[in-house]
Design a protein around this ligand. Structure first.
Ligand code: G3P
Length: 218
């Protein structure tokens, strides 16, 4: 299972990258806006930090011509740039166009299995179903991931499933149990995955008992 980080914050990306378990980065316009910094400055820093891992950058147009024009600008920034395209009719055309020209795509804002099916048929490298936002409206986000997994397995589509809009460790666990290819995770949740109260209690006890061991080498 691959771990992506869902952020445009270079500090968070660096911290996650130091763990050496990071496989890629996903951003979106909201995450870029949150940094309060110029777009190119943010993107250049991210690409320099992870020159060999996929970095999803999202287009801001909604029509085919506009999306293609923006995608071509973004794709020139690095070989590892993946173009994030919204799930619309024009988005599907854009994905097909870019994939035929060797530009990798990530179809985003996927909320139903049929949207995922269309994105996979268009040839998207990655598809991003949003689990947290479905949970927010009382629909089971992880059920969507199971359904997409079944469709991929039925037909052998090559698109990788990125579980997006992850809010807590249970989303990551369920994604792993279902067999999603990738989870794109906020830094806070990556940190939460390492935590267990029994680990803290156990470590405290070991450190206390270590004090009474005679003739220690360190
Ligand atoms: O990057 C797409 C997705 O992960 C957004 O998450 O928390 O804004 O629903 P969220």
């Amino acid at each position: 299972m691959k771990f992506f980080i869902d952020t445009a914050d270079i500090g968070e990306i660096r911290q996650a990258n130091q763990l050496k378990i990071l496989d890629g980065i996903t951003t979106n316009p909201t995450l870029i806006a949150k940094t309060g910094r110029p777009f190119m400055e943010v993107v250049e820093e991210i690409l320099a930090e992870v020159p060999d891992k996929p970095v999803s950058l999202e287009v801001a147009s909604t029509d085919f011509e506009g999306m293609v024009k923006e995608a071509e600008i973004l794709a020139k920034l690095g070989d590892n740039v993946v173009i994030k395209v919204p799930m619309t009719i024009d988005g599907l055309k854009t994905v097909k166009y870019l994939e035929e020209r060797g530009i990798k795509t990530n179809m985003t804002l996927i909320f139903s299995p049929t949207q995922a099916l269309l994105a996979m048929k268009a040839g998207a490298t990655y598809i991003s179903p949003f689990v947290g936002r479905l949970d927010d409206i009382s629909q089971n986000g992880m059920e969507l991931i199971s359904q997409i997994r079944t469709i991929v397995d039925n037909y052998g589509f090559t698109s990788e499933i990125i579980v997006a809009s992850i809010r807590h460790p249970m989303h990551v666990l369920e994604a792993a149990l279902i067999g999603a290819d990738i989870a794109t995770i906020p830094y806070k949740v990556i940190a939460q995955l390492s935590k267990h109260p029994l680990t803290d209690i156990g470590l405290e006890r070991f450190l206390k008992d270590w004090q009474s061991v005679p003739e220690k080498p360190f």
